[in-house]
Design a protein around this ligand. Structure first.
Ligand code: GLA
Length: 389
């Protein structure tokens, strides 16, 4: 699949620009085992890069002209490197312009370039196709123009460009996972210090299965930023009661519960979810190390319920998908994944029951919502790379 994607993008670039590309880069999408909506709350997350990629064919130009072609959308965007960069209506273009602006702000010397790209990371499915584009592009320019950026710089540049050119005040998880991904490893990332460690992603007789609700998260931008504002308010209030507290990391559940009335129902539930989710990630890592997958799965269900009822970022269709597997003896964990308001659920399923499960849930989902479910049997893969120089 990866090879085919590379071949197609290479041929397409050659046809469009009348020259073969000088470089090919691959940048993966991501999953997250647990630790949702806590990356911007100084928590821990447990993501991994997957074997779905954005592939970039790139050549540098001698002048300052730049052209980017989105093969899958049959759209292109041309501009001059010296132009003042501003967000544009074509959303995918902003992923590139945001990164470029960051590099221009840092005063890097670059020339123009031609790019053609195509993706096997489904868009709007909660698999971070946008982070894959941002990081792949940043990684490509770093290599081609020898900018000397570290992997961490590339991830942070991707995150910042999402804030400035896309309008989502995202955390660092997606970009970090895309760049730092390692085959068969999940990354335990401390979102406060950016320290990280790899853990074996060996779930023994269980496989990871994503079920795509096909509900596109249209409320993601607004809903996501609203949640950020709510928890920010909550933390500020809690800091008044507990002067020693700096971040959500320093708070216990009991400390949040003690000020339930003062926080008000909504802010209280948001804060409660955050402190519980931070703890759940630590418990999940311990369960993973102990190979206690039943425990890990149970934590995933708890995360889902928290995201759905207290953080309120799920949606009816995703709740349906999680409920559909809750009492299935072959499924030990399930929850919505990513920003929410649609996208995928992530499931831990007995390997030999994966196909029959897809069949059953697809039928039930179709009957209920008249939507054809998509299922992805993902593998954990390496982060952003130069595939061919
Ligand atoms: C989106 C954001 C991430 C993270 C998740 C929720 O994917 O880009 O930074 O906040 O939502 O965990």
């Amino acid at each position: 699949m990866k090879k085919k994607l590379v071949e197609q993008v290479t041929a397409y670039f050659t046809e469009q620009f009348k020259n073969a590309p000088d470089h090919i880069f691959l940048s993966p999408g991501r999953i997250n085992i647990i630790g949702e909506h806590v990356d911007y709350n100084d928590g821990f997350v447990l993501p991994a890069a997957i074997n779905k990629y954005v592939c970039f064919a790139v050549s540098a130009n001698a002048d300052t002209k730049c052209t980017i072609i989105a093969k899958d959308l049959n759209e292109f965007y041309s501009f001059d490197l010296t132009d003042e960069l501003k967000p544009v209506d074509l959303m995918w273009v902003n992923f590139f312009l945001g990164v470029l602006q960051q590099l221009k702000d840092r005063g890097f010397a670059m020339t123009g370039f031609n790019i053609a790209f195509s993706s096997t990371v489904p868009m709007g499915a909660g698999l971070s196709s946008s982070a894959a584009v941002e990081c792949g592009f940043g990684y490509a320019l770093n290599k081609i123009f020898s900018l000397g950026l570290s992997k961490q710089d590339i991830a942070l540049i991707g995150q910042k460009s999402e804030h400035t050119f896309v309008g989502v005040n995202c955390g660092i998880m997606d970009q970090f996972a895309s760049v730092f991904g390692k085959k068969n490893k999940v990354i335990k990332l401390d979102c406060n210090t950016l320290e990280y460690e790899y853990h074996n992603a060996d779930f023994k007789e269980y496989a990871l299965l994503l079920l795509d609700s096909k509900v596109k998260h249209t409320h993601l931008t607004s809903g996501y930023n609203d949640r950020r504002n709510e928890v920010e308010k909550g933390l500020a209030q809690l800091k008044q009661y507990y002067p020693e507290v700096n971040t959500f990391r320093d708070l216990s559940e009991a400390q949040v519960v003690a000020y339930k009335e003062e926080l008000g129902d909504v802010i209280f539930r948001r804060c409660l979810f955050v402190v519980r989710e931070i703890q759940r990630v630590l418990d999940a890592v311990a369960a993973l190390q102990a190979k206690d997958f039943t425990k890990l799965g149970d934590l995933m269900f708890k995360t889902h319920d928290g995201l759905s009822k207290n953080y309120e970022v799920s949606c009816e269709e995703i709740d349906f998908l999680v409920d559909a597997v809750r009492n299935d003896e072959n499924v030990i964990g399930s929850r919505m994944m990513g920003g929410g308001f649609g996208g995928c659920s992530i499931n831990l399923v007995k390997k030999d029951a994966v196909n029959s499960l897809i069949e059953r849930v697809s039928k039930e989902y179709k009957e209920k919502y008249n939507i054809s479910l998509k299922a992805y049997k993902v593998k954990i893969a390496k982060g952003t790379t130069l595939y061919k120089a």
